[in-house]
Structure formats: structure tokens, C-alpha cells
Design a protein around this ligand. Structure first.
Ligand SMILES: [Fe+2]
Ligand SMILES: [Fe+2]
Length: 210
């Protein structure tokens, strides 16, 4: 468990050890730089708030303050993405290993999918439309526009539709595999009884937010 104050989190942001470690995993420098830039420019609330403003729907490590959303996006959920991606033929090579490009895209999409969780500007409550708001936020970043069009489309789809049946303007069916992967990792990594051994979480032993 890494014990961090609010001030230290805001001062260090992507220089925090677990975030640096996650960013170091990217194969593509442009994708890494986009994720770093997006997280740096994200509202302070993303770095400080618990995952669920109501206190429901998330396990304790997602609910610590400060750092709950970061535990979800960059530590726990990312682990589920890295495991889940192996089940998809779309993302794997002949040896059943995920290809570097798809691993990069899946990791990048997950790390930014809740970037507008409580809206832009950030409010107190989860915005039910935060998938679309997040996609709009990313689209405005120069670092995002430098990515290949095909990569941008994948990331935007994953972010926009990550809430699945809870997406306000949901469309049923015909989703790309990346949307399904992000949705699954988002859902299963946040079940109340999920236990994560061996992951270094931020402020996990502090009291969960009410
Ligand atoms: Fe979300
Ligand atoms: Fe999420």
C-alpha cells in the first residue's frame, strides 16, 4: 500500500510510482504520451475522488480518498484488461499472446475511460453521460490528434460505450471487441468481493469513503 496525501498526489500525478510503471508498459511512444498528457490534464477530482460518488457499486480499494479512481483505472482495472485481452482472437497472435498494438490500445483506453467520471468541469456526482464527455475531452487534446485515425476511433469507442447497458444513449449489438473488453474489465474489476493480491494500491488501508 502506498500512503499518499492529496497534495502529494496532485503534485506528482503521472510521476507517482504506480502510474510511471503503467506508462512504462506502452510499446508505442505516441500512445504513451497521449495517456500521460490526458491524465496530467484531467480534472483534480480524477486524482482525488473515490470511484463511486454514492459509495455503492465499487470495492473498498476503489473507494479510498484520495486515490480511489486511480486505483480503479491504473492499478486494478488495468490488471483485468491485461488478463481479459487474452480471451479475444481479435487481439492475439498465433501463439495466443496479445499483439503490442492491441495491448497498447486496450491499456490506453482503460486508463482514460473515466476521465470525465464526474463531468467536465468536475462535479460532486458521477455523470451518467461520462463516456461521451470523456470522448469529447480526449478529442480536444493535441496529443490525441497525433495518433493514427484507426487508433483514435478504437479509443473513442471504448471510452464512449464503456458503461454497456448503463450508457444513456446505448445502442445494442454490433460493438467492437475493444468495447466489450473495456466493459468487462470495468465491470468485473469493480465487483464488491473482488480481492486483489500483490497489487500495490494507493491508500488502501485508509477508511473507505462514505
Ligand atoms: Fe465509467
Ligand atoms: Fe470505470
Amino acid at each position: 500500500m502506498i500512503k499518499l496525501t492529496k497534495e502529494k498526489i496532485l503534485r506528482l500525478r503521472t510521476e507517482l510510482p504506480p502510474i510511471k510503471e503503467a506508462l512504462a508498459k506502452f510499446n508505442d511512444d505516441l500512445i504513451r504520451e497521449f495517456v500521460r498528457d490526458a491524465l496530467e490534464r484531467a480534472p483534480d477530482g480524477l486524482w482525488l475522488d473515490p470511484c463511486s460518488s454514492s459509495g455503492r457499486y465499487h470495492p473498498p480499494f476503489d473507494q479510498v480518498v484520495p486515490g480511489g479512481i486511480i486505483n480503479h483505472l491504473i492499478i486494478v482495472g488495468l490488471y483485468f484488461v491485461e488478463q481479459g485481452i487474452r480471451r479475444y482472437p481479435e487481439f492475439t497472435n498465433d501463439k495466443s499472446e496479445p499483439t503490442p498494438r492491441w495491448l497498447d490500445l486496450a491499456r490506453a483506453t482503460f486508463m482514460v475511460h473515466d476521465i470525465a467520471k464526474s463531468g467536465i468541469p468536475w462535479e460532486k456526482r458521477t455523470d451518467p453521460n461520462h463516456g461521451s464527455l470523456g470522448a469529447q475531452f480526449l478529442n480536444r487534446l493535441q496529443s490525441f490528434r497525433e495518433l493514427d485515425l484507426a487508433d483514435r476511433i478504437m479509443i473513442l469507442k471504448g471510452v464512449t460505450w464503456h458503461m454497456g447497458r448503463w450508457t444513456p444513449t446505448r445502442k445494442l449489438g454490433c460493438f467492437d471487441a475493444i468495447v466489450l473488453l473495456i466493459r468487462e474489465a470495468d465491470y468485473y474489476s469493480t465487483r464488491k468481493r473482488v480481492r486483489i493480491a500483490g497489487l500495490e494500491l494507493i491508500n488502501y488501508s485508509s477508511l473507505p469513503a462514505k
